[in-house]
Design a protein around this ligand. Structure first.
Ligand code: HEM
Length: 439
């Protein structure tokens, strides 16, 4: 496998137009590049002053993200936006600083810490679904609210009201709108400090802080632990110098757990609504089980369905673009320092050599547990810098499915799956669903 080296105005896009298109339609742009020029493309411009690499080969992606983790910096504009929205975190750190923060984050998202709130997440999902009228409702609104109530239940250890959920959703949307633009914005913006969107994001963020502060105060006043991740910070299990830092971390977590989970939940609703038989099979599986994490992990079809949804519609269709901090050799080809690297899980997930008939929705392909370990299946990224909250995200989504289906049937008037939009997570175009109570 060799890199296809292109020079000049190689894609029929002048660089400026390309940089404008990329944040609007990351997967569309990647797919076009890959369809025309193959799985490995190195675009050299201005006599090598600007270099872009596009990689949709799973083996090389893994090699890059596992063996060269420290070489993969994020672009200054992404970091600026992350810092502004959520403060210093594992997502903004690099090198040694990142390793320290990642260790702490791995502990925070340890299996036992994450699993403690599973039954609570199923319960808040069930409460929300039971409260819905049995008439067609916007699926995206349902998905966003489910993400907010289950994330808060897992992180803060308590149920939040729909009013609080709305604040969490608005904050995450204000941040995600920026990431979408800034992720494709490869160079730091000189006018960043004056950017008008900063006011809106600050206002939205300030609406979420009181939710977190109240949860911390209530936990301290109760003198008893709760089952949320927050408990570990309040207990002093991690080095947080003061309450302000702890509040920022928790607000950052709520943001990190909102839009990607909402996008995945929306696709879960879209696929399940099209497949009533599958709903019945999952419901039968659930009828033998409780709502603890061990119960849900024991539901093979539930797990397989979730994997198939994440394969066909990975909420994060790619890593955030990376900029090489040093020269990297890949497939015998030298990518110079400063190269911007783009990859695509979306393309990898459609490799017919790995996923037979890749456009067919078939959860059973994941049942024997082989494909979930394939390097071509990477909805949470590759290597040591993959999603630190993968376990929590999977559990939360399983809780959402279990809480939605146990006592309800999901229906839609849509004949086909909704179209894909990118904002920046892959999200279905608006569609309606009806939840009917099973009597
Ligand atoms: C379906 C849901 C989710 C998906 C598809 C997803 C996907 C990803 C991917 C692909 C990455 C790697 C990004 C890159 O390297 O450029 C990542 C990183 C990360 N994710 Fe997730 N994620 C999900 C849920 C969550 C949740 C719930 C949280 C937190 C509560 C979270 C926190 C993070 C953090 C902090 C990182 C950065 C890790 C590091 O830099 O070491 N994610 N996620």
């Amino acid at each position: 496998m060799r890199f296809n080296v292109l020079t000049g105005n190689a894609f029929g896009w002048p660089l400026r137009k390309f940089l404008r298109d990329l944040p609007q339609d990351y997967i569309g742009t990647m797919s076009k590049v890959q369809a025309r020029h193959g799985d490995l493309v190195h675009w050299r411009m201005f006599a090598g002053m600007v270099n872009l690499a596009f990689i949709s080969d799973s083996t090389l992606n893994r090699e890059l993200f596992v063996r060269n983790t420290d070489a993969l910096g994020k672009s200054p504009s992404q970091i600026q936006t992350f810092l502004f929205a959520a403060g210093q975190s594992v997502a903004t750190a690099h090198g040694e600083a990142w390793r320290t923060k990642r260790k702490e984050a791995n502990n925070l998202f340890s299996r036992s810490a994450v699993e403690a709130s599973c039954a609570g997440q199923v319960a808040v999902t069930q409460d929300y679904i039971t409260g819905l009228p049995a008439t067609p409702q916007q699926a995206l609104t349902i998905a966003r609210r489910l993400a907010a109530v289950t994330s808060s239940r897992g992180i803060l250890g308590r149920a939040i009201s729909l009013e609080e959920a709305a604040k969490q959703i608005a904050f995450s949307k204000a941040a995600a709108d920026r990431f979408n633009v800034e992720s494709g914005q490869l160079f730091a913006r000189p006018d960043w400090m004056q950017a008008p969107w900063r006011g809106e994001l600050t206002r939205r963020k300030n609406e979420v802080f009181p939710i977190v502060q109240n949860a911390v105060d209530a936990l301290r006043a109760s003198n008893a632990p709760n089952d949320g991740l927050m408990n570990h910070y309040v207990n002093g299990d991690f080095i947080t110098s003061n309450d302000d830092e702890m509040h920022s971390i928790l607000v950052g977590l709520l943001m990190g757990a909102q839009d990607n989970i909402a996008a995945a939940a929306a696709w879960v609703l879209a696929f399940l609504a099209q497949h009533p038989d599958l709903q019945n099979q999952i419901r039968t599986e659930l009828s033998q089980k409780g709502s603890q994490a061990s119960d849900l992990h024991g539901c093979a079809l539930l797990n397989a369905t979730l994997c198939e949804v994440l394969r066909m519609r990975p909420p994060a269709p790619a890593n955030q673009p990376r900029v090489l901090q040093k020269r990297v050799e890949l497939a015998g080809h030298q990518l110079p320092k400063g190269t911007y690297v783009f990859n695509s899980f979306y393309n990898m997930h459609r490799d017919p050599a790995v996923f037979t008939d890749p456009d067919r929705f078939d959860p059973t392909r994941f049942l024997d547990g082989t494909l979930v370990r394939s390097p071509s299946f990477a909805p949470f990224g590759h290597g040591p810098r993959n999603c630190v909250a993968q376990g929590m995200a999977m559990q939360q989504l399983m809780a959402i499915i279990a809480g939605s289906l146990r006592h309800h049937r999901l229906e839609t008037n849509q004949q086909t799956l909704p179209a894909i939009t990118q904002m920046p997570f892959l999200t279905p175009a608006p569609f309606e669903v009806t939840f009917r109570k099973i009597t």
